[in-house]
Design a protein around this ligand. Structure first.
Ligand SMILES: C[S@@+](CC[C@H](N)C(=O)[O-])C[C@H]1O[C@@H](n2cnc3c(N)ncnc32)[C@H](O)[C@@H]1O
Length: 279
């Protein structure tokens, strides 16, 4: 287990001096790093399929209300957490396994003018450092695929959520056509990747004790988005200055090519679910 946590966090922390590299890239792209906004960071800090558009759609689906306490699990460098805090007025606590990501998340948040900054903590999602019933909404985008013990993950999500609260999950799932090609953005090899098919994800969340409000296969939307992204990259004279390659290094183009191939061949899928904790 500790071995898996180490494999996963070293996969993400592969490319050092993260905040400095991001700031240099923002300056080179002509951004004023003294007056950054969510949209400036969105090309690089929304580290999941369908980018910031997905986070906004999920926020609308979850029916968030200002003042709610939201826990973002596997928060990366904090893009979704900042967007939810600023646009929805929710009080966000964010946890992530990768220490370097937690540090960069806090450093980037300190550069934004709005004060609704999330609190970032370094912790393992299967052992959350919170009392039971602490949050109105528990939220996770693209983290379960790194977590082998999903029963423990969803049990912790249920425990952290207050009775009547919501749980939102948005994750890459296994497709019917076999294993993905590696590397992918979440894992260099099968050692860090723990995908389940969408029906199994849903079964695990229900088995933890949540009730289902909505569950959708979003693979077609992921495919369309990815084709558009690859077409844009093929047409561009040079690679984009801002993007998740700043986090993941020179292997990133290969990683997204493998995601594209995996989606096209039915090896990967995308699912979202909205659930409630019984009263
Ligand atoms: C692909 S990134 C997604 C980041 C963020 N949710 C987003 O959409 O921008 C996956 C994140 O999950 C985190 N993660 C993986 N396993 C975890 C665990 N056991 N506990 C907490 N975070 C974990 C990784 O460190 C990484 O930051």
């Amino acid at each position: 287990m500790e071995d898996t946590l180490g494999t996963v966090s070293s996969h993400y922390a592969r490319h050092g001096a993260l905040t400095a590299r991001i700031l240099d890239a923002l300056k080179s792209a002509g951004k004023n790093t003294g007056a950054l906004g969510l949209e400036d960071l969105a090309p690089l800090d929304q580290f999941h399929l369908r980018g910031h558009q997905a986070t906004r759609e999920l926020a609308a689906e979850a029916g968030l209300a200002p003042g709610q306490r939201l826990l973002d699990i596997g928060s990366g460098i904090g893009g979704p957490a900042r967007m939810l805090a600023q646009e929805q007025g929710v009080a966000v606590t964010a946890v992530d396994l990768t220490e370097a990501f937690c540090r960069t998340a806090a450093e980037l948040s300190a550069l934004l003018p709005e004060a609704a900054a999330p609190a970032f903590l370094c912790a393992d999602a299967t052992r959350l450092p919170f009392a039971a019933d602490s949050f109105d909404v528990v939220w996770t985008q693209h983290a379960a695929m790194n977590i082998p013990d999903k029963a423990a993950l969803y049990r912790e999500c249920l425990r952290a959520c207050r009775p009547g609260g919501r749980f939102l999950v948005y994750d890459v799932v296994e497709g019917p056509a076999g294993d993905p090609y590696f590397p992918v953005p979440w894992a260099s090899s099968p050692r860090g990747s723990f995908l389940v098919a969408a029906p199994e994800l849903r079964r695990l969340v229900l088995a933890a004790g949540f009730h289902e409000l909505a569950f959708r296969d979003l693979t077609a939307a992921a495919l369309a988005w990815n084709r558009e992204r690859q077409a844009r990259m093929a047409e561009a004279e040079s690679p984009p200055a801002l993007g998740p390659h700043l986090l993941m290094g020179p292997e990133f183009p290969q990683m997204i090519a493998n995601v594209g191939r995996g989606l096209e061949e039915g090896r990967l899928g995308l699912a979202m679910g909205l659930f409630a904790k019984p009263d």
